[in-house]
Design a protein around this ligand. Structure first.
Ligand code: ADP
Length: 389
């Protein structure tokens, strides 16, 4: 069953966003300012974008038929997530639809493809192999100096849900069996700092690179982001150089987020995401043009805007905890903190789910982060109010 709502008068290409999560919602916020005609295809009415964006179609399943029908009403498609099967994306292109990023660029969402292609192109990545047998695993373990190792199924992981630290061949094979195919196995890197660089590419190949941010993960979930990253200038230049090289290899029109490990002064690419990214949310307040606006500019074939950092900034994610409910019931605590910019995604509450974020700009990353954390703590500490509301 398809329910469609029209969005009124706008000009320019009709941009279809596949997926109705918070990235789609923030793309819509940017689209609103530019009066771009953006339509969203969501798979549930309680996703993040449908509640605020009228031009949303809700389908029961994001299958080939639903995508084809949606694409027929759009000039160009872009994506909120990487969950559409590669053959469905290729079929859309074969039928003449324009995908930005393309099906070929979206193939990099597969971690085995990512590691293999980037390593083949000489991009520094953690030592890895793609394995599905005892012999493969034993050979890799011997070549890296043993256990523990890190295992990642090629598809479906996010927020650390696809990362396993394992101690034995049996552990690896259990994951191979559970996922039904080869997995990426890699060294456990002794990470000094995690950084991310966003590169935006227009259809004509023009690029804009954002300053490196530093990310802090807890149990594989990004909790904080600060910009500029607390790394040496030479490492920062190297991170930008590596990210731009990765962008030229992936060839994704729009935002490409490149997550990297800094270890012993070296930069290793961990993961690439061909879409707006959590590490770039602070660009809304801290940069001349946000990642969301530049993504849409690229997708629409409009000139890209500057990525300059206007001020140091920090962002903290609002993550659902086991005993705290809807943060909207406690938003006044954040709004009482001067300088705290609150973004709630309108998603239903679940432990571990990203429900929103808070950004604070200037004067330096330390104080911005302290203020952002203070605002988050006030939100988290008032659980009783939520539970009773
Ligand atoms: P996901 O796609 O599930 O978010 P990532 O590959 O981005 O998974 O990994 C999530 C986090 O797990 C990383 O940010 C990092 O903290 C940790 N991690 C991933 N791979 C490694 C590794 N090889 N060595 C050490 N830590 C890792």
């Amino acid at each position: 069953m398809i329910r469609s709502v029209d969005n009124g008068k706008t000009t320019g290409p009709v941009i279809g966003v596949v997926g109705g999560g918070q990235l789609a919602r923030m793309m819509c916020e940017a689209a609103s300012e530019l009066a771009l005609d953006v339509r969203v295809l969501a798979s549930a009415a309680d996703e993040s974008a449908p509640s605020t964006w009228r031009a949303t179609t809700v389908v029961e399943t994001l299958d080939a038929a639903a995508l084809a029908e949606f694409a027929a009403g759009c000039d160009v498609l872009t994506f909120d997530h990487e969950l559409i099967a590669p053959d469905v994306l290729e079929a859309l292109e074969s039928a003449g639809h324009v995908l930005r990023p393309s099906a070929a660029a979206l193939a990099f969402s597969d971690k085995a493809v990512q590691r293999t292609r980037l390593a083949a192109a000489g991009v520094p990545v953690p030592r890895f192999d793609v394995v599905d047998s005892v012999a493969d695993v034993e050979r890799f373990a011997a070549s890296t100096g043993g256990w523990p190792l890190v295992v990642k199924p090629p598809r479906g992981g996010y927020d650390g849900r696809g990362v396993y630290i394992v101690q034995s061949v049996d552990d690896v094979l259990d994951i191979v069996r559970a996922t039904g195919g080869p997995v990426v196995v890699e060294e456990l890197v002794r990470i000094d700092t995690e950084v991310a660089v966003i590169v935006v590419t227009g259809p004509d190949g023009t690029t804009v690179t954002y300053p490196a941010v530093e990310t802090r993960q807890v149990d594989g979930i990004c909790h904080d982001v600060v910009c500029p990253a607390g790394i040496d200038a030479t490492v920062s230049v190297e991170a930008a150089r590596v990210a731009e090289r990765v962008a030229s290899i992936v060839g994704a029109v729009g935002v490409l987020a490149v997550e990297m490990f800094v270890a012993d002064g070296r930069v290793l690419v961990n993961e690439v995401a061909p879409r707006p990214h959590n590490s770039g949310h602070l660009t809304i307040e801290a940069c001349t043009v946000s990642q969301f606006e530049n993504h849409l500019r690229a997708v629409a074939g409009l000139p890209l805007g500057p990525s300059s950092l206007l001020s140091s900034a920090a962002m903290v994610n609002i993550i659902g905890t086991a005993d705290a409910g809807d943060p909207a019931a406690r938003r006044h605590h954040v709004l009482a903190v001067p300088g705290a910019h609150l973004h709630l995604y309108g998603k239903s509450w679940r432990p571990g789910r990203k429900l929103g974020h808070i950004t604070v700009v200037g004067p330096d990353t330390g104080s911005a982060l302290a203020t952002a954390r203070d605002a988050l703590n006030r939100l988290d500490s008032d659980r009783d109010a939520t539970m009773s509301s």
